[in-house]
Design a protein around this ligand. Structure first.
Ligand code: BMA
Length: 324
């Protein structure tokens, strides 16, 4: 695999979010880049392919308002994107009626035991959004496993290896006013049980009150699974989507070891503050550079475009030590 350079020139470090450095060319993908007419491109699943290309499996909202997934590949992960000329993974409502209103927000996990990528995505159907799985080796052919978590559930990601012999899925269940993060286990990726809440939204005026959810797939570190999660603060003007950090035990990912109190990344730039949905940063994936420390976080900006920011895993962990 061709390593990514950790020294890519990125600028625009923000004093308010010193842990993240936005790419100067943000947003890196907009509807203007698309080879067919669309409304917006956002919330992409991310992976590094064996040939070194960065692959973004983008959520694309078409001009009917419904979403599908479309691949964009780039050698440097920043520009010269090669975008599929038609939807890579359109919804398939005939066989999967839970996809009748589209598919959204994929998170990609490469699973060495399966030799495949597992995509956890939102299937939007008449009962609301639920979690569906699809497996692929090449992002051309997809094997759908169908709905694995019924509505209302989203923000899901499979861990890359078994925990105590079982596959583990982090997801976000909504029940009443509470939207909290859960973990569930399976032996075959189809039938799930052992459901446990792992991180709950706070209450009152907190930045992550009432509604939280997994952002990018957890980063496996010697200290534990480093989880970036989004918190949604509701105010009279609408919602603000921000990012926070938590650390979970490596062998018991239902156990939260640390949780940061303040957010670490929030909408500040015009392309994050203004768009189809204002004040949203929504990452669904990252790549890790060859130095094993630099992550490039790809995020939907204001539900309109895709932007990128870099961060150091070491610095995120150090911040958590001081702020949890
Ligand atoms: C969430 C998801 C995301 C979206 C965000 C902000 O609930 O639907 O796809 O980016 O809201 O609108």
């Amino acid at each position: 695999m061709q390593p990514l350079s950790a020294e890519e020139p990125v600028l625009n470090a923000c004093p308010e979010s010193p842990l993240f450095t936005r790419h100067l060319g943000n947003p890196i993908l907009t509807r203007k880049n698309w080879p067919y007419p669309i409304n917006s491109v956002l919330n992409a699943g991310v992976t590094l392919l064996p040939d070194g290309d960065t692959l973004l499996l983008c959520r694309v909202e078409d001009r009917s308002g419904l979403s599908h997934l479309c691949s964009a590949r780039s050698a440097n992960g920043i520009d010269h994107w090669r975008i599929d000329t038609k939807p890579t993974m359109p919804p398939s409502p005939t066989d999967f009626p839970e996809e009748i209103w589209g598919i959204e927000d994929p998170r990609i996990t490469y699973v060495p035991e399966l030799g495949q990528y597992v995509i956890a995505y939102v299937a939007y159907g008449r009962s609301g959004p639920g979690v569906a799985l699809a497996l692929t080796k090449d992002f051309i052919h997809f094997e759908r496993y169908g709905l694995i978590m019924p509505p209302e559930d989203k923000d899901a990601c499979l861990l890359p290896r078994r925990i105590d012999g079982h596959w583990a899925l982090i997801h976000r269940t909504v029940s009443g006013a509470a939207a909290n993060m859960w973990i569930s286990y399976s032996d075959d990726l189809l039938h799930w049980g052992g459901h446990k809440p792992i991180l709950e939204a706070r209450y009152g005026g907190w930045w992550d009150a009432n509604k939280i959810g997994l952002s990018a797939p957890p980063v496996e570190t010697p200290q534990g699974w480093l989880v970036l999660y989004h918190g949604v603060k509701l105010n009279v003007a609408g919602a603000i989507y921000r990012l926070g950090l938590a650390l979970f035990d490596l062998n018991a990912p239902d156990y939260c070891v640390k949780r940061g109190e303040e957010w670490v990344f929030d909408p500040e730039e015009p392309y994050e503050r203004h768009g189809d949905v204002n004040n949203v940063i929504f990452p669904c994936g990252y790549t890790l550079a060859a130095d094993g420390d630099t992550i490039r976080l790809y995020y939907g900006a204001a539900d309109t475009s895709i932007a990128m920011a870099t961060a150091s895993v070491k610095e995120l962990l150090e911040w958590l030590d001081k702020h949890s």
